[in-house]
Design a binder for this molecule. Sequence first.
Ligand SMILES: [Zn+2]
Ligand SMILES: [Zn+2]
Length: 502
Amino acid sequence: MIEQGKDTIVLVPEISLTPQTIERFVGRFGDNVAVLHSRLSYGERFDQWRKIKNGKVRIAVGARSAIFAPFNNLGLIIIDEEHESTYKSSMNPKYDAIEVAEKRCEQSGAYLVKGSATPSIESYYRSRNMDIRLLELKKRINNKRMPTVKIIDMRDELKVGNRSIFSRELHRSIIQNLEMGRQTILFLNRRGYSTFVSCRKCGYVVKCNECSIPMTYHMTENRLKCHYCGMVTVPPKACPNCNSRYIKYFGIGTEKVEEYAKQAFPMATIKRMDVDTTSKKGSHDAILSKMGDETIDILIGTQMVAKGLDFKNVTLVGIIAADTSLNLPDFRSSERTFQLLTQVAGRAGRGDFEGKVFVQTYNPNHYSIQCAKHHDYLEFYQKEILLRKEFNYPPFFNIISVVAYGEDRDKVASRIEQVHGLILKNIKRNRLYNQKSELIGPYPAPLERIRNKYRYQILIKCPDEDLNNFKSIIKWVCILNKYGLDFNGIKFNIDINPNSIL
Ligand SMILES: [Zn+2]
Ligand SMILES: [Zn+2]
């Protein structure tokens, strides 16, 4: 593209997760690269934007919003890790960077390349229907072998009396790895110390005052935090419900893994990388450079350690609990689990030494886990696509989520009831009713209250040919309010094919 005098946009899922990717582009193409992401100051962002606009660079690398890089002669858009949910903005303005990319390519005649080791079900489905051309890399770089993945049934550990968060085999392998001077990554997709706090006498669970979700205990600060709205409180000494003193902390987060690892492997240098340890500017890079010069033996972290990291000396990966993402009530939970396990596993054995991965789970036979073990994307796809078809989920049907929210619970409930009735009435008038489209709800959303707003939801499943009709109806009823409903104090969140239906 550079030889042809054309411009290229390269998208990465999230800047903080992929500093190595950016380094590589800047390292290879130097001054020809502009970098765009939300951590830049307005001044820095403007400088980068102007370089692009004035044709001073031919390549723009960045997160989601870089898709709007103002090139005049676009030749190519590359979307790395195309399956990542971060490409779709779930806040206003809601847009899907991949959809925007497709439109820009259509307008400029540019090529679009989507890359992934675990393509989204939707993308792979399109490639099978010749809508997208499929190009496969069947071998790892330099013909390296895939790491060996071993699944550990944690129920067996309990049976032999091992109550530790480390299975016997993982524990042994970490010791061996330390003795050989190699590095280990431990992954858990939950931050904090304990994931909920509950009374043993009456069962009361401490929840955020503003949101209907349990609060997470963070030991370093000795505080309870709400991971939705950020609310922070002091942990109660007695149960707010029955006054009993039997308050117990349940569940494990990365902070607890760190504490237990320090006890189990006192000779090791251990660091944790998650939102809580990387909020200061430069702290993220500092941890990565210590990983690079091998002064860290064990790195513990959330999704942040799952993606993009490429360290030659990492030969062991331990997934502490593979079930955390599997049990979410969302149709994408199997897909997310498979992608996450595959990605984390891929951190092991990227150098000259063979990699080993341990997956600890209570669901050893689930197809997401089994397919990840065998590095078998195709088998996973074949199982998952059948379920999607059976239950009318994407890519066969679109999902439209309409959430009404407001502080007055009764009002939200009665308005969504009216909206539901009006949508139904319009469906009948437009003769959509006999189609396969489905209207589900209204019901309290799975996250019933966030930031003191009650949330009620309607889900619509519809085939492509009905999508525009439904969009018009929803716009007519909810946005233009053509029926003159009292929407005072009520807002709507409308999302088409959302990342998550929670
Ligand atoms: Zn109690
Ligand atoms: Zn909250």
